[in-house]
Design a protein around this ligand. Structure first.
Ligand SMILES: Nc1ncnc2c1ncn2[C@@H]1O[C@H](COP(=O)(O)OP(=O)(O)O)[C@@H](O)[C@H]1O
Ligand SMILES: [Mg+2]
Length: 249
């Protein structure tokens, strides 16, 4: 039943491009009310996995479900509750901060009045009101990132899919976004699937940490912060060595 299904589930979902496999058949469950972090080095398949979850790209095989619904058949109302930030923030460069946030709200199903109010609230929360009437393309990289996060959260999504959301943020922005995500998870039971290569950062917010390497999930890390970096590299190095042995037996 969709009401009880996991926030996100991949069932043997894979992605192959002409150039090669970006994601091997992968199983992953993001429980409701949890922050689930995906960590891995550059080029290991994090963004590919998140793009599959958002239906931006279709799996070569397997299935991807959000709240129990196959994303291939998800209706617009279902997507309205999914906040997302992938790669570079999806904002309209020629539009102002205000217009971007209002449009993001409308696209997520908010009415005109509530969309305006939510846009203002998120701009205040992310300290963007100073740039309210500035075109997005004239913002600094960090403020564009803040705008992308504000747009992702403007309609109070119950599922958030965020690709390296604290990239380009200053330490104050990083702390702010961490607090915003945890608040939403605690207060509304929302779920977060977030990718990162900042292990310390992830340890502070994640309930579950999944490690990905060479397009495969290779293990999990307990998010207690103890020796996280060493445990991460133990997993990754063991995987690299196993792959090398397989290639040169
Ligand atoms: N559209 C694409 N066409 C071909 N290869 C791709 C495409 N997108 C990603 N890849 C490849 O898939 C692998 C994983 O990429 P990606 O998911 O972006 O990694 P990450 O986000 O962990 O840095 C990389 O080898 C990348 O070159
Ligand atoms: Mg990426």
């Amino acid at each position: 039943m969709p009401g009880e299904a996991a926030a996100v589930e991949l069932v043997a979902a894979s992605k192959k491009y002409r150039e090669g496999a970006a994601l091997q058949p992968t199983n992953l469950v993001v429980q409701r009310g949890q922050v689930h972090a995906l960590v891995g080095l550059n080029g290991t398949g994090k963004t590919t996995l998140l793009r599959l979850v958002l239906g931006i790209t279709a799996p070569t095989a397997g299935r991807v479900l959000v709240r129990g619904v196959d994303v291939a058949r998800m209706k617009p109302a279902g997507w309205a509750g999914v906040g997302h930030l992938i790669d570079t923030p999806l904002v309209y460069p020629e539009l102002t901060v205000q217009a971007n946030l209002q449009i993001a709200g409308r696209l997520s199903g908010l009415g005109l009045g509530s969309g305006r109010a939510a846009a203002r609230r998120l701009a205040e929360e992310l300290l963007l009101t100073k740039w309210w009437t500035r075109r997005a393309r004239t913002l600094s990289l960090g403020n564009r990132q803040r705008l992308g996060i504000a747009a992702a959260l403007v309609a109070d999504p119950d599922v958030m899919v965020l690709d390296e959301p604290t990239n380009a943020l200053d330490p104050a922005g990083t702390v702010l976004v961490r607090r915003m995500l945890l608040e939403r998870v605690r207060e509304t039971g929302a779920s977060v699937l977030v990718s990162s290569h900042h292990l310390d950062e992830v340890a502070r917010i994640a309930d579950q940490i999944t490690v990905i390497n060479s397009g495969r999930i290779i293990g999990t890390l307990a998010p207690d912060g103890i020796d996280l970096e060493r445990r991460f590299f133990n997993l990754v190095n063991a995987d690299v060595e196993a792959n090398q042995r397989q290639a040169n037996p």
